[in-house]
Design a protein around this ligand. Structure first.
Ligand code: ADP
Ligand code: MG
Ligand code: MG
Length: 319
């Protein structure tokens, strides 16, 4: 018996993404409970359907405050806190721009610059008014839209991890379309998580990240994009300009305890670029990053919580 014979994999398609759950026991009931939990969370947070807690806030923009459940309120408060940081490239009120670009959905087009200028006026996170006592959210300007797309998966990955822990599970992996959260170790001592080779086949890897009890989140410009007249437009937008973020980076990977941190920091650091991010992370020792640049460098902020095995001779470890 090879070590992997002990691992049972369960899969589903949820939140528009392939979802993978690995357990060390054959347990259909547990797997379906996990998938049901993910669906339940999605119904609260999604903006890709007409109805959800977040959509009820969006529908009331410019008009009135809407009370939401405690977890959704806490998530929105967290998203606002990161969005209002000085020069933050994370902005959870970017919804109107995301909807306009439709990157990753049908009907892509490059918006007119004047359209983007107009939409930028309704993407100020300061215009989200939170009231603790009534747990309500008010979008001050008509047309504003919250979009939790950049943190929902991380948040849900942590919810799943906590649920599995409550069920006395000590070893498991959940992959929510790129957000990986792990419990304990894998079959061979650590979980092996592939770092995808940009713009290549899904099986091609730059390397493998080995972790125990950690989240691994990657945000890359090759995940969702469209091409027009030789230009590539990807799905992480610059809240300052309204256009896709453009710098030396192909991807940012975050290794951390909580997957929500992975989600927040991938987006935040994306906008900072390598140099600034490395300085920034000196103050956050529990967050570690792997940057992959367009000139095929792999750069680590530090390497305390994971090991990395390079697999592609085209990419070089620097620093
Ligand atoms: P993925 O969807 O591949 O997991 P991310 O976690 O980086 O990628 O989230 C991207 C999503 O976040 C976009 O599809 C959009 O809904 C939203 N988004 C885009 N740009 C920003 C931004 N600057 N700040 C916050 N959310 C964003
Ligand atoms: Mg994500
Ligand atoms: Mg992200």
């Amino acid at each position: 018996m090879t070590p992997d014979d002990r691992v049972y994999a369960y899969s589903a398609v949820l939140m528009g993404s392939p979802i993978l759950l690995k357990l060390f026991e054959h347990n259909e009931t547990l797997a379906s409970n996990v998938f049901r939990l993910i669906k339940l969370q999605e119904t609260k947070l999604t903006v890709n359907r007409q109805q959800s807690e977040v959509m009820s806030v969006n529908h009331a923009a410019g008009d009135h405050a809407v009370a939401v459940s405690k977890p959704v309120f806490d998530l929105i408060r967290r998203a606002k806190a990161v969005s209002v940081l000085e020069n933050s490239s994370f902005n959870f009120t970017i919804g109107p721009l995301v909807k306009r670009w439709k990157i990753g959905f049908n009907g892509n087009s490059v918006p007119a610059a004047t359209d983007l200028q107009a939409l930028l006026k309704i993407t100020d996170p300061h215009d989200v008014i939170l009231d603790e006592s009534s747990q309500s959210v008010f979008l001050h300007k008509a047309g504003m839209e919250i979009d939790l797309g950049a943190i929902a998966k991380g948040y849900i990955a942590d919810v799943v991890r906590d649920f599995l822990r409550e069920q006395q599970v000590t070893q498991a992996l959940i992959n929510l379309g790129g957000n990986v959260q792990t419990l304990g170790a894998g079959a061979e001592g650590a979980w092996a998580i592939g770092l995808k080779k940009p713009f290549s086949t899904p099986e091609s890897l730059i390397g493998v990240i080995n972790v125990t009890n950690k989240s691994v989140v990657t945000s890359g410009i090759y995940e969702r994009y469209f091409e027009l007249n030789g230009q590539r437009y990807h799905h992480i937008l610059d809240p300052k300009t309204g256009y896709p973020l453009d710098n030396e980076l192909l991807s940012v990977t975050i290794i951390s305890d909580d997957s929500i941190d992975g989600d927040i920091y991938t987006t935040l650091l994306y906008g900072m670029g390598v140099e600034k991010s490395l300085r920034y992370l000196e103050n956050f020792p529990h967050i570690e990053a792997i940057f992959v640049t367009k000139d095929q460098q792999i750069i680590f902020s530090s390497q305390r919580q994971f090991t990395f095995m390079p697999l592609d001779p085209d990419y070089h470890i620097t620093g």
